[in-house]
Design a protein around this ligand. Sequence first.
Ligand SMILES: [Zn+2]
Length: 256
Amino acid sequence: MNLLHCFKHWRIRRILRRYPVNRLIWRRLMREDVLFSGLSSVQKAYLRELTTLFIQQKRFHAAQGLELTEVMQIKITAHACLLILELGLDYYQGWRDIIVYPEAFWVERDETDENGIVSHQQRVLGGEAWLSGPVVLAWQDFDRETHQFAAGRNLVLHEFAHKLDMLNGAANGKPPLHSSMDHHAWTLAFSQAFEQLRHQLEQGQTSTLNPYAASEPAEFFAVSTEYFFTAPDHLAHHFPRVYQQLSLFYRQDPLT
Ligand SMILES: [Zn+2]
């Protein structure tokens, strides 16, 4: 172990010792939030460490008068860190800020369509993730989804999946795969599923995933990540190859 590694290790141990996540808040979250019900006690302990380190490394900002409590920060962080439970905190490197609005927020910006035509757009968003920039969330949307445990819906999982996708540039539905993974198998699984979903919508059939997934490959990856963690049986049933690739990428198998 070299000196730099030793120092990093020492700093991590110190943060975990000095700034542990509030025990009562943590216990309640683990007990009441069904998203974590399948985790072993070892996984929960590691998730708590990741949550502690994340809160120390990142900066939360409240927008539009929201009172951003410790409970809210811990809940957002624990959901975000579930994605990287078997990947490590380095997967959230290169950015620092999480901005939390009380509810869905308006954005105004110039957008360029596929023909290169720029138009000024106003939209209401529940969340967004910026390349090398902040993650923006609407607390009410996230809180509502998690209280009702809407299968396939989880704003934090969605936006942080975009962050993983952006580790290798603008979000395109393909995060940096592990060296053991097959790029062709990933592309085939996701492109076939994406086309299948678009076909369902074009034919007026019942969409097997949230139709938003069909808007572009980046959204398909983010939405399928939501299903992978909140409704794994549904995703594995309808898109088994996508489930398998996500299982390889996240190094988790929520079905077991
Ligand atoms: Zn999205």
